[in-house]
Design a protein around this ligand. Structure first.
Ligand SMILES: Nc1ncnc2c1ncn2[C@@H]1O[C@H](COP(=O)(O)OP(=O)(O)O)[C@@H](O)[C@H]1O
Ligand SMILES: [Mg+2]
Length: 340
């Protein structure tokens, strides 16, 4: 079978997650996720990239069934889990595991590393007896770079990096199909990040675990992931192979993200991301959700189409897609050259 005909590790179809919120006497709706389609193939690392508030964590938590989907569906290994409950959901949970941004929050402070990992195995691998479970626990900790002498220590005795390794060990010990990693290194010291990322790459190599890697850092996504999906205000505006998206960003939003990335010489094309209002998920939008901040929209003299018709994600080359009516126009780069 080819890559594309195999059952994907995760398949998200037309996902909407809306939250009712109260604003004084008004009832509003936060459209945290607003029509997302995303596939993570077997063994693949897909990065979901976007600014704070664009819906990344909501997607992660909805996959984990911590939020209910407003509509749309999520399949894991070909099984639709969107509305599964009870025993059927418990049986599926082994297949999708998550690690959270804050390793100080997500693990019980008084448990030791062995107990944290063994607990997950006791729930999801009832086929293992206590000897096999202990062996699997130590193996998972070792695979995440935690030697036996750390295994007996309690969470409050460990560093942030060590805790995140315990969290990863606990998630992968049960051998899931999909690992959802929500900004797993963003709370860690820069010096510890590479070690954690290496563990994730190594696990993919050895266990073939597919990963949805969530980050606000496009540069990191580009080097770490096989494919990148750029999210803006609850919707994917561009996706493709990481290096290709960074070298040839097609959406004006992705271009803005690339412009604030430090270059090899340390300089950036732009200092700040974008002018204008930060995205507001409760605002009603009829056209393109990015138009209000879009440099291309401005350069083209506010074309009506951008405010009336939401752009669909369309392919521009093999495995590269963009949701912009005018991404082919070159006005933006010309305008920039004129400024420079
Ligand atoms: N439980 C909730 N109730 C209401 N609004 C929420 C809830 N969770 C998230 N949101 C809103 O949804 C939007 C997306 O949030 P989130 O998914 O956390 O974004 P990100 O992880 O990309 O920073 C934000 O505007 C946030 O305020
Ligand atoms: Mg988040």
């Amino acid at each position: 079978m080819t890559e594309s005909t195999r059952t994907p590790a995760a398949d998200i179809t037309d996902l909407y997650v809306h939250f009712p919120i109260r604003h004084g006497r008004h009832r509003l709706v936060a459209r945290a996720v607003d029509g997302v389609n995303l596939t993570v193939r077997e063994k693949e690392i897909v990065a979901l990239v976007g600014e704070s508030g664009c819906g990344k964590t909501t997607i992660a938590r909805t996959i984990m069934r911590l939020h209910e989907a407003t509509s749309g569906s999520i399949s894991i290994g070909g099984v639709d889990i969107t509305h599964l409950g009870g025993r059927k959901l418990r049986a599926m949970r082994r297949d999708f595991q998550m690690i959270f941004q804050d390793p100080f929050d997500s693990l019980p402070a008084n448990s030791n590393a062995l107990d944290v990992v063994a607990e997950g195995l006791a729930i999801h691998r009832r086929d293992l007896d206590s000897t096999a479970r202990r062996r699997a626990t130590l193996e998972a900790l070792a695979a995440c770079g935690l030697p036996a002498n750390v295994a007996g220590r309690r969470m409050f005795e460990l560093s942030g990096g060590q805790r995140q390794r315990v969290a990863i060990a606990s998630a992968v010990a049960v051998e899931p199909r999909l690992l959802v990693a929500d900004e797993p290194v963003s709370m860690l010291d820069v010096s510890l990040r590479a070690g954690i990322l290496r563990v994730l790459l190594d696990l993919r190599e050895r266990l073939g675990i597919a990963t949805l890697f969530i980050t606000h850092d496009l540069a990191l996504a580009g080097v770490f992931a096989d494919r990148v999906a750029v999210l803006y205000l609850g919707r994917i505006v561009e996706q493709g192979v990481g290096a290709e998206v960074i070298a040839n960003p097609a959406h004006p939003y992705t271009r803005a993200l690339v412009d604030v990335m430090p270059r090899p010489d340390g300089r950036r094309t732009a200092r700040a991301l974008l002018p204008g209002e930060p995205p507001n998920p409760t605002a009603a939008i009829t056209g393109c959700r990015f138009a209000a901040r879009c440099p291309l929209f401005q350069a083209l003299g506010s074309p009506e189409r951008c405010t009336t018709e939401p752009p669909a994600l369309r392919s521009i080359s093999a495995d590269h897609a963009v949701a912009c009516h005018f991404s082919d126009t070159t006005v933006l780069s010309t305008a920039k050259e004129n400024i420079a």
